[in-house]
Ligand binder design. Structure first.
Ligand SMILES: [Zn+2]
Ligand SMILES: [Zn+2]
Length: 387
């Protein structure tokens, strides 16, 4: 598919403007106002304030099916270290995950489809806040996204520096892992470091417990299941000569199957209870359930594959590739509606600026994937909402 130079030039300008003015979860006021203004100028009907700062633009072209295309719009709490002209103007906040690019691609798709209506049906363009850890997808759903904008399928694109430029990765099952976090507080009896027999050494007990937590994946669940338990923090003590009263352990659990996720959680609960009981300390577990597994629906994943083949060519599509153990709150949308999530590769071998991973302070969205991104969205709409 070819686009007018204007659409691509505009999309790059929008992307860089959003990049220069990044906004964190639920504070995307400037960004959502810009999105609403542009969608209105394309002739779409626009609803704002869904799930806080979420925006939906609706394009109707006669009778036919209804689908939703979703972009995330929030930035991260990172100090940008790049030197581009369009660098973040907000200290400590940057678009390091390419949500600026997803937004620009979806805006350009809305413009393209509003001008070339080669489809019959309705497209909802969903601009979602707070993907980075604050469940903006769930907030939009709780605010009536799928009730007020009923749709047969919902789709989402994420740029992926791990894939070669212009290639698409999509699977008919899990794409991303679930994400839970935990806090464990062990409270024993503090004492003089020279007389350990008079207290309860919570630091030693904490290290035993960390060892046991690390053995959940290797010894407690099936080798055929996919899970990771990472202890990422341990806090205890502040003197050379005192055995502290408390130790705090924090970490994260990621799984690709919901039943495995429940099993891992049960093992953590048991280990904390057992370790406390055996050692005479108090163990308190606070287990925070986060994003579910991002689980594509097979028919909708196949639709993405078909659109990617028609837009980009069969050699550019990785079908049923290995999932990522990172996570994504589009998972909530896939629990409420059929749909699929896919990656669009952005890495160019001889362009080192495209090699930075997501969430790097040097990361910058590769504007060259805007064109294949629009092509893919347009192909998906024209295939599913065939005239
Ligand atoms: Zn991210
Ligand atoms: Zn992201």
């Amino acid at each position: 598919m070819t686009f007018s130079v204007d659409v691509l030039t505009e999309a790059v300008a929008w992307r860089r403007e959003i990049h220069a003015y990044p906004e964190m979860a639920y504070a995307e006021f400037r960004t959502s106002a810009m999105i609403a203004r542009l969608l209105t100028s394309f002739g779409l009907s626009v609803t704002t304030g869904i799930g806080g700062t979420g925006v939906v633009g609706t394009l109707i072209n006669g009778q036919g099916p209804t689908i939703g295309l979703r972009a995330d719009i929030d930035a991260l709490p990172i100090d940008e270290l790049g030197t581009q002209d369009w660098c973040s103007t907000v200290p400590g906040v940057m678009h390091a995950c390419g949500h600026d690019g997803h937004t620009a691609i979806l805006l350009a798709t809305a413009k393209q489809l509003s001008e070339n209506r080669n489809f019959h049906g309705t497209v909802h363009f969903i601009f979602q806040p707070a993907e980075e850890g604050f469940a903006g997808a769930r907030a939009m759903i709780e605010d009536g996204l799928f009730r007020d904008f009923a749709m047969e399928g919902v789709y989402s694109l994420h740029n992926w520096p791990g894939l070669p430029f212009g290639h698409v990765g999509v699977s008919e099952g899990a794409m991303m892992a679930s994400l839970d976090t935990f806090d464990i507080v062990l409270t024993g009896r503090g004492c003089h470091a020279a007389m350990p027999e008079s207290g309860t050494d919570t630091i030693l007990l904490a290290t035993d417990l960390i060892g046991a937590l690390n053995r959940i994946v290797s010894r407690r669940i099936s080798p055929l299941a996919n899970a990771v338990v990472s202890v990422t923090q341990i806090h205890a003590g502040d003197a050379y000569n005192v055995i502290p009263e408390t130790a705090v352990i924090r970490g994260t659990v990621r799984c690709l199957q919901e039943d495995v996720r429940l099993e891992v959680r049960r093992h953590i609960e048991q280990l904390v209870a057992q370790s406390a009981q055996a050692q005479g300390v108090k163990g308190v577990l606070d287990y925070q359930v986060g994003y579910p597994v991002t689980m594509n629906h097979p028919t909708e994943a196949a639709s993405v594959r078909k659109a990617a083949i028609s837009a980009l060519g069969e050699s550019k599509v990785y079908w049923n590739m290995a999932p990522s153990m990172a996570s994504e709150d589009f998972a909530f949308m896939l629990e409420s509606c059929k749909g699929a999530y896919f990656w669009l590769g952005s890495k160019v071998d001889d362009a080192p600026s495209t090699h930075y991973p997501l969430h790097s302070p040097y990361y910058d969205f590769n504007d060259d994937i805007i064109a294949p991104g629009i092509s893919l969205w347009v192909a998906l709409v024209e295939n599913l909402l065939r005239k």
